[in-house]
Design a binder for this molecule. Structure first.
Ligand SMILES: Nc1ncnc2c1ncn2[C@@H]1O[C@H](COP(=O)(O)OP(=O)(O)OP(=O)(O)O)[C@@H](O)[C@H]1O
Length: 230
């Protein structure tokens, strides 16, 4: 198992917002995390990335606790929110910076970005604007592209379809399918259609707990729609 979660809990005041006893993710799985507002998805992702500390329990990446070891940082990339970006850089400068952390030359980064013409829709590169001056949707595109550029073994994206127009959502699905081949991918989403299309496993959370965990098949979308319409 590339990722294991054991007895993971996050408590704020008298509220347990994440409570996952045991979760095992095998290398290469594309896992969709779904659940209503406040279900604990972002809190869970933040613990996977050691951005917040669990109240109890642990996250093991390749068997090592992410709190006590930095190895996972070499093979994990993520984009949770705009806080992952650097506001005073242009997108090009940001991509080059992230590339440099991953031993990619400026030429490597340019070559990589050349395939993003459609996804960026002509609005990201060569604009002369700083990241802070882009719309939220366009900021998301920068963050997602920068995470994918690292070709990580583990990719974690929090609501990647949010704030994107329908055309771009469809382009993003295509990109994810093309680029996440061998990656272990964790994607949270409120878009049941997209998440079942992209992911081969769906984990449904409610009040911090795993309610359902199943492999995606032709019935999954219907099951999820039924669940959420209750
Ligand atoms: N720092 C904090 N202090 C207190 N409560 C918090 C804190 N961070 C999150 N929470 C609470 O934890 C719960 C889970 O929040 P979280 O953002 O993880 O949910 P989510 O599933 O990502 O929701 P959404 O779909 O709305 O993004 C919510 O009730 C939230 O108010």
């Amino acid at each position: 198992m590339i990722l294991e979660v054991k007895n993971l809990q996050k408590v704020y005041g008298d509220k347990t917002v994440v409570n996952i006893e045991d979760l095992q993710i095998a290398a290469g799985e594309t896992v969709g995390l779904v659940g209503n507002n406040g279900a604990g998805k972002t809190t869970f992702f933040r613990m996977l990335l050691d951005l917040i500390r669990p109240t109890n329990g642990e996250v093991l990446s390749k068997g090592e606790n992410v709190m006590h070891n930095d190895n996972w940082k070499n093979y994990t990339a993520s984009f949770l929110d705009e806080g992952f970006l650097i506001d005073y850089l242009t997108p090009e400068e940001y991509f080059i910076f992230i590339g440099s952390l991953n031993n990619l030359s400026v030429a490597d980064v340019s070559a990589y970005l050349s395939q993003y013409g459609e996804f960026f829709n002509g609005e990201i590169l060569n604009s002369g604007k700083y990241i802070r001056d882009f719309s939220k949707g366009n900021q998301n595109k920068v963050g997602i592209a920068a995470a994918l550029m690292q070709k990580p073994e583990i990719l974690i994206l929090d609501e990647p379809f949010a704030n994107l127009d329908p055309t771009t959502q469809i382009r993003l699905k295509k990109l994810l399918k093309e680029q996440t081949g061998n990656m272990t991918t964790f994607i949270s989403s409120h878009d049941l259609n997209h998440v079942t299309d992209v992911c081969n496993r769906i984990i449904l959370v409610e009040k911090g707990q795993v309610i359902k965990d199943f492999k995606t098949d032709e019935n999954t979308l219907k099951e999820l729609e039924n669940y959420f319409s209750a």
